[in-house]
Design a protein around this ligand. Structure first.
Ligand code: GNR
Ligand code: NI
Length: 190
C-alpha cells in the first residue's frame, strides 16, 4: 500500500481525458492502484478520488461516503441529559472501472462541493439528482446500479475528472476566477 501524491490546479494533467481500462489490464497492478487510491483518499481525507488525480489517466475511480477509520474510538454522544457511545462507522470502499452514466435524472440537486485537487475551495454545483451507472469491478465484471443523494453527486464529480473537468469549471467565469484567486491567497499564506 502507498499514499500517492494528489495533483492540484493548475497541473495540466488534470485536463487530460482518461483512457478506458482495456480488457487485459484487469490484473494485480490495477487492484494495487485501486488500493493505493483508497489509502490516499482516506489519508487526505476525501470521499472520492479519480485516477488522474494521482497522475494515472485511466477510467478508474474510488468512492467511500463513510471514510471513517475502522480502528477509531467509539464516538461519545450526549443529548437529552444522558450520554452514550456510538460505534465508529464502518468503511464502505467502492471501486468503479470504465463507468458510464446511462440515464441522468431531469431533476437537479445542489451540493456544496469541494475537491482534493482544488484544496480549501467550496462552491455550490447543480447536477442531476439521481443517475444509473454502468461500470466494471476490478475483476472486469459488469454491473449496473441506480445512485441517489451524495453518492450520485460524488460519482458525477469523479466522472468529470475522467473528462478533465473540475467542479470549478461548472461555475461562472467570475466565480471560478474568484475561487482560484482565493486558493492563490491561501497558498501564499501557507
Ligand atoms: O472529498 C470530496 N468531497 C466532495 C464533496 C462534495 C462533492 C464531491 C466531493 S469529491 C471530493 C474528493 C475529490 O476531489 N474527488 O475528486
Ligand atoms: Ni475532485
Amino acid at each position: 500500500m502507498a499514499i500517492l501524491e494528489i495533483l492540484e490546479v493548475p497541473d495540466p494533467r488534470l485536463k487530460i481525458v482518461s483512457s478506458p481500462v482495456a480488457p487485459d489490464e484487469f490484473d494485480d497492478d490495477l487492484k494495487q492502484l485501486a488500493a493505493d487510491m483508497l489509502e490516499t483518499m482516506y489519508d487526505a481525507p476525501g470521499i472520492g478520488l479519480a485516477a488522474i488525480q494521482v497522475g494515472v489517466p485511466k477510467r478508474l475511480l474510488v468512492i467511500d461516503l463513510q471514510p471513517e477509520d475502522p480502528d477509531a474510538e467509539p464516538v461519545a454522544c450526549d443529548h437529552d441529559g444522558h450520554s452514550h457511545t456510538h460505534p465508529a462507522t464502518k468503511r464502505e470502499p467502492r471501486v468503479f472501472v470504465n463507468p458510464v452514466i446511462v440515464d441522468p435524472a431531469e431533476e437537479y440537486t445542489t451540493f456544496n462541493e469541494g475537491c482534493l485537487s482544488v484544496p480549501e475551495i467550496y462552491a455550490d454545483v447543480d447536477r442531476p439528482a439521481t443517475c444509473t451507472v454502468r461500470y466494471q469491478d476490478l475483476d472486469g465484471k459488469a454491473h449496473e446500479e441506480h445512485l441517489e443523494g451524495l453518492l450520485a453527486t460524488c460519482l458525477q464529480h469523479e466522472m468529470d475528472h475522467l473528462e478533465g473537468i473540475l467542479f470549478i469549471d461548472h461555475l461562472s467565469r467570475l466565480k471560478r476566477q474568484m475561487a482560484l484567486k482565493k486558493l492563490k491567497k491561501i497558498r501564499q499564506a501557507a
